[in-house]
Design a protein around this ligand. Structure first.
Ligand code: ATP
Ligand code: MG
Length: 467
């Protein structure tokens, strides 16, 4: 086997597909995200290919194999090999973008450079071949090494063609820790209003990927740098920007405080990271409308958790159209971010019983992030550090109680409805109330979760309730 000349390791399966197209007389390259990720030292999540072969010629090369017409109108087919999908797309150019989001038409071209020129950013406009090495006509590798995100061609034109690219710019800058090049950044700000043309689903998808960036500081930096874009996709956050809190607890305005909280928030799993970052980013969204200036010159925000929950609800469901469960969870975290978490076993068990282990631990994470984003060296620094220590203690107790598997729900209770029926309880709401009454006493520690103990308590309760 010949030695690869590519600057990145191309999997054997991809080399095989490229080789077969080459032997049939066509050009073929690995392209886009997989090249960018490999050069960046990350494992690509998929490998896309581009080729000079027309779609019917690709079909001819892979005749009898599993080739699916996944985007035939745009020249894309997906080859399934060993259960893995490989997108193979004919070199193409895009013609006209009258609606600001889709090309009016695509045309095939024999030129790799033309195909790379239609791509959004230089780091995404590279192709790689096992023997021919890197094709990089726009300097993507140098930009990647210098940590720069730059549009291919004229950024104003590229963002006017497809406004989603503005959000993709922020996403790539956040995920790869790149600085958006000056002209590209200026065009993104100027053309941000065109994001209104993009479908909500695509906006949400990009935002979610941005929020999942490995480095929270990079995500916060990008959002801080592009308030025009944030205002466009999340106008509910606009009042937070520059909103002076008039508070000795804070050294930041509401928006800056939320950015710091987003940067600080820690997740237990990678899946929950974007959700927690979103909750941290909007947790004080209710502050501007609840602001009151006290006689002492201090700002107060009574009820801002509840007010924020209502704003968040509308924003997450109607604007971002996130899945119901995600909306409910973020709204809950916003609503409760300001309710103190007392580090006692009883309070921890109550929180567990009310929210369940996952939401309870996420709530502790949001509390910690919120506190960390306060003025820790200011006048109230000592008290803030005290709250932080208490919240950390709460989180540790929560972990301990969850690990011990303490009883926090009816299904953990050592008796059930059938047991109470046998004691003469009538079926119906009273039975449910009795079970919940027992659970509440187990949760607060006044009853042991043992069958005999609970049955005896149930008998007493019934006797006490008798006329
Ligand atoms: P990831 O798959 O990690 O989200 P990616 O760069 O692979 O990132 P895709 O959406 O899979 O993104 O697109 C593959 C390639 O197609 C990109 O690398 C880029 O070259 C090009 N591309 C995607 N979307 C656009 C767009 N809106 N405008 C221009 N080129 C695009
Ligand atoms: Mg991709």
């Amino acid at each position: 086997m010949q030695k690869q000349k590519a600057p990145i390791p191309i999997p054997a399966s991809v080399c095989g597909i490229i080789g077969r197209l080459n032997r049939a007389g066509y050009e073929a390259w690995a392209v886009g995200g997989c090249v960018r990720d490999s050069l960046f030292g990350r494992t690509p999540h998929d490998w896309d290919l581009c080729t000079s072969a027309l779609p019917e010629q690709v079909a001819e090369v892979f005749r009898g194999e599993r080739l699916l017409p996944t985007g035939l109108a745009h020249g894309t087919q997906t080859l399934l090999e060993d259960g893995k999908p490989y997108e193979i797309t004919t070199y193409r150019v895009e013609l006209g973008y009258s609606d600001g989001r889709h090309p009016d038409a695509v045309a095939f071209t024999p030129s790799l450079t033309e195909d790379l020129a239609r791509r959004d950013f230089t780091v995404n406009a590279m192709a790689c071949h096992p023997m021919l090495g890197l094709a990089d006509p726009f300097g993507g590798q140098a930009d990647l090494q210098a940590g720069v995100l730059r549009a291919v061609g004229d950024p104003e034109q590229r963002f006017s063609e497809d406004a989603l690219r503005i959000l993709r710019a922020l996403r790539f800058a956040a995920v790869y820790g790149l600085a958006v090049e000056e002209h590209t950044a200026r065009a993104a700000r100027t053309l941000a209003p065109r994001l209104a043309l993009v479908s909500r689903e695509r906006v949400t998808q990009e935002l979610w990927k941005l929020l999942a960036a490995p480095d929270g500081a990079a995500a916060a930096r990008v959002l801080r740098q592009f308030p025009e874009v944030v205002r466009e996709i999340l106008p509910e956050l606009a009042p937070c920007m520059g909103f002076d809190q008039h508070s000795a607890w804070h050294q930041y305005d509401v928006w800056e405080h939320q950015l710091h909280a987003m940067e600080a928030v820690q997740a237990n799993t990678p899946e929950e990271l974007p959700l927690l970052r979103l909750a941290a980013l909007i947790h004080d969204i209710g502050k501007p409308e609840t602001f009151q200036l006290g006689p002492d010159g201090q700002g107060h925000f009574y009820g801002h958790g509840k007010a924020g929950a209502a704003l968040a609800q509308a924003m997450l469901t109607r604007r971002l159209r996130l899945p119901t469960q995600t909306c409910q969870r973020v709204v809950l975290l916003v609503e409760r971010h300001d309710v103190p978490l007392t580090p006692t076993p009883k309070a921890v068990r109550r929180t567990l019983a009310a929210l369940g282990p996952q939401a309870a631990s996420q709530l502790a994470a949001v509390h910690l992030a919120d506190l960390q984003a306060h003025h820790l060296t200011g006048r109230n620094g000592e008290r803030l550090r005290g709250f932080l220590a208490e919240t950390r203690e709460f989180a540790a107790l929560l972990e301990e109680e969850t690990r011990r598997g303490v009883c926090v729900s009816l299904k953990d209770l050592a008796v059930n409805g059938a047991d109470l029926l046998k004691l003469g309880y009538a079926p119906g709401p009273a039975l449910g109330a009795a079970l919940n009454g027992l659970l509440a006493r187990v949760v607060d520690g006044s009853l042991e979760n043992r069958r005999e103990v609970l049955l005896a308590a149930a008998v007493d309760m019934k006797r006490a309730a008798a006329p």
